[in-house]
Design a protein around this ligand. Structure first.
Ligand SMILES: Cc1cc2nc3c(=O)[nH]c(=O)nc-3n(C[C@H](O)[C@H](O)[C@H](O)COP(=O)(O)OP(=O)(O)OC[C@H]3O[C@@H](n4cnc5c(N)ncnc54)[C@H](O)[C@@H]3O)c2cc1C
Length: 486
């Protein structure tokens, strides 16, 4: 089957009902439930872009198996131009959600593509796992499936080192191996897009390592979301059923995060990619360089999001007529500098790209890590703060869409118009600014950018321990020694 349409994605979800719980209720159909349906529509719109006559060329490439168009995020990059082409496609998808949907399907597509390119990595565990990975990659590419992932085990207490404290009765754990496959039981965090995905991938995060005792918690596999025994528990929905005018982001881009419980779930052998090899599981991101490929997707989206916030800030300044104030200019200039820094990191990752040991052209990971670390730790939270500082009371003196159909509308039109903007357009703009900086949707966005790539403390520990600082130390030694010689 070639690249899917949005309707095909929706039909797929309907035909494969999964066990999803939200706010005390079992969801009958994720495509129609008010907490989830607008998110489904937004993902469907991404798939439809693949069939837009003006975009088809940019969004797809010819399947090596069938010659039919398939999603470009499945392209195994062989040259830098492939990375650039893929980045343009991913940016198109990111713009469709203003950078607000972190788990658009390209995120996991590039990871499985990197794994298929590095399939020998999996053969180190068992020879048949190599074929499992390449077959599965081909399966999701040809069926254009939507994947979610859950990398973390729940823990009853946090260790002081970068090794997770796992217990067999809480963490996702191998119960037994059978002729049909592996039975697993336990829990995992945190599947963004989980309830509205086709497939669930389970593997390790490089920053949540498992020690030698964790063989039974070490695996990499992927199963359909409707597999018996799988339960998705959603957080509260940030789609509050409001109009696009009143809640422009939450009413469109609710990608939902879910905790997953596994009740003796069977993972068929052909879906197992690693099993019991602690080190291969711990190092999957660096060993296959899939971390660089997902980082490329992440920073592409972060750049789009930064550009969106910059555009929003500039429109706020224009609407309020505040652009002659030095501190306002300073705030917008800070957004520009952040945007340019992210762009530089992204482009550097492509300029310094090189084939990995498996021959897959891989972006340089260092600039990607630098960009995404800064984005989550300080840049994005600060962007949200700047929108609050620029928007101030306009984020609260905010009529809803319905207010413009009441007798108070004349007052709104008179008092809320500015020199540049009518009251209604002002309200529309500031509802967007509110959804970026004040709403529950916006709070989750900040948390997401801070955390989805791993706890920043753990990431900093990894960087401190693994970064080659020696060349820089050497310069200091040389300087100190030259002092002695004088
Ligand atoms: C909105 C959102 C969406 C997400 N989506 C996904 C997803 O789709 N798939 C997925 O797999 N994951 C997802 N995650 C999970 C994300 O990867 C984790 O939140 C992140 O890795 C941090 O892990 P943790 O939440 O268990 O916190 P921990 O790392 O356990 O941290 C909890 C607290 O303990 C402290 N702490 C714990 N351990 C240490 C240590 N070793 N050293 C120092 N301090 C420590 C931390 O500083 C922190 O205060 C998502 C998270 C969020 C918030």
């Amino acid at each position: 089957m070639p690249a899917r349409t949005g309707q095909e994605y929706i039909t797929g979800l309907k035909e494969r009902p999964r066990e999803v719980w939200i706010d005390g209720e079992r969801v009958k159909d994720v495509t129609t439930h008010p907490a989830l349906s607008n998110g489904v529509k937004s993902v469907a719109a991404l798939y439809d872009m693949q069939h837009d006559p003006e975009l088809r060329e940019e969004m797809t490439y010819a399947s090596p198996t069938t010659g039919q168009p398939v999603g470009l995020s499945f392209l195994v990059p062989e040259k830098i131009e492939d990375l650039e082409r893929r980045r343009n496609m991913m940016a198109r998808w990111a713009w469709a959600s203003c950078g607000m949907m972190g788990r658009s399907p390209d995120f996991l597509n590039v990871i499985f593509t990197a794994w298929a390119g590095a399939s020998e990595y999996f053969a180190q565990d068992r020879p048949e796992f190599k074929k499992n990975v390449t077959d599965y990659y081909e399966y999701i590419r040809e069926n254009d499936l939507t994947l979610t992932h859950a990398l973390l085990n729940l823990q009853r207490r946090r260790a002081s080192a970068s090794i997770d404290t796992l217990s067999d009765d809480v963490a996702l754990t191998t119960v037994k191996e059978t002729d049909a496959g592996v039975i697993v039981h336990g829990s995992r965090l945190l599947a963004t897009l989980g309830p509205i995905s086709d497939e669930l991938a389970i593997y390790h995060a490089g920053n949540h390592r498992v020690d030698a005792d964790g063989k039974r918690q070490s695996f990499c596999f992927s199963i359909p979301c409707d597999t018996p025994g799988l339960k998705f528990l959603c957080r509260e929905s940030f789609d509050q059923g409001r109009s696009h005018f009143n809640h422009p982001l939450g009413s469109r881009f609710e990608e939902m995060d879910a905790t997953i419980f596994f009740d003796n779930v069977l993972v068929p052998w052909e879906r197992v990619f690693l099993l019991g090899s602690v080190e291969l599981c711990n190092n999957i991101g660096s060993g296959t360089q899939s971390a660089a490929h997902s980082g490329h997707q992440v920073l592409t989206r972060c750049l789009v999001k930064a550009e969106f916030i910059l555009g929003l800030a500039d429109l706020i300044v224009e609407t309020l007529g505040s652009g002659s104030n030095p501190h306002v200019q300073e705030h917008v200039a800070e957004l520009i500098t952040s945007r340019d820094m992210l762009n530089a990191c992204l482009r550097a990752s492509e300029a310094d790209a090189a084939p990995n040991q498996y021959g897959v052209m891989s972006p340089a990971i260092a600039p990607l890590q630098a960009g995404r670390t800064l984005f989550g730790r300080s840049v994005y939270p600060r962007m949200v703060e700047i929108i609050q500082l620029l928007g101030t009371s306009s984020l609260m003196a905010l009529p809803t869409e319905a207010d413009f159909d009441t007798p108070v509308a004349a007052d709104l039109d008179h008092y809320l118009a500015t020199d540049t903007t009518g009251a209604r357009d002002r309200a529309k703009l500031f509802h967007l600014a509110w959804d970026v900086s004040c709403s529950s949707f916006s709070g989750r966005q900040v948390l997401y950018e801070r955390m989805f790539g791993g706890n920043p403390v753990r990431n900093a520990m990894t960087l401190f321990n693994n970064y080659d600082k020696e060349p820089f130390r050497q310069h200091v030694h040389e300087f100190l020694e030259s002092d002695d010689e004088e």
